[in-house]
Design a protein around this ligand. Structure first.
Ligand code: IMP
Ligand code: MG
Length: 181
């Protein structure tokens, strides 16, 4: 699997640092609020599980699965579908959306709007990665791990056609992997 990676963009050390920093900030900002962390499946699962080990206050979490990309497509369509909805009511809750990466911004823009209609008390975003150069919808990312250039990345939860999620770092795939599909 490692041999499919052109180069490492975010190392395991950088990931650990980002999680510590973000966890400490969230601990401070959400003291006494019992926030609900909403993990956007499947890409953000590994990130959330590492992040919350550094969140040292009472909190809860739930999962939601949405899709804007189909299969091997690497370009967002702006059409966000709910595949699996939350089990938890958002009414009056301080919600923290946990995302793997913000790219065009369509997914998070849509989710913020949806969560506001469900009467959340507040909705904030923590995104592990940010590709600011690709933004189409302006979305304020409250907590950001690492900004990256406009490249398709895999690993640390993120996939290409459902593969590479289990890599412990974030990398760029070799061009030939796409070419030979
Ligand atoms: P957006 O709606 O364009 O902001 O896309 C956000 C979603 O697209 C993320 O939650 C990821 O699931 C997926 N995505 C965007 N860029 C990448 C990437 O480089 N690698 C893997 N998934 C990505
Ligand atoms: Mg995602």
């Amino acid at each position: 699997m490692n041999s499919d990676i052109e180069r490492v963009l975010v190392s395991e050390e950088e990931i650990a640092e980002a999680n510590q920093r973000l966890g400490a900030q969230l601990t401070k900002d959400y003291e006494g609020k019992n926030p609900l962390f909403v993990c956007i499946l499947r890409g953000a699962a590994m990130f959330m599980m590492d992040l919350i080990k550094h969140v040292d206050i009472p909190m809860e979490y739930d999962f939601m699965d949405v899709s804007s990309y189909g299969g091997e497509n690497t370009v967002s369509t702006g059409d966000v579908r709910i595949i699996k909805d939350l089990d938890t009511s958002l009414r009056g809750r301080d919600v923290v959306i946990v995302e793997d990466i913000i790219d065009t911004g369509y997914t998070l823009d849509r989710l913020i709007e949806l969560f506001n209609t469900r009467n959340a008390k507040s909705v904030k975003i923590v995104s592990f990665l940010d590709k600011p150069s690709r933004r189409i919808k302006h979305v304020h990312v409250d907590y950001n791990g690492v900004k990256i250039p406009d490249e398709f990345v895999v690993g640390y939860g993120m996939d290409y056609d459902e593969r590479y999620r289990n890599l412990p770092y974030v990398g760029v795939l070799k061009q030939e992997i796409y070419a030979t599909k």
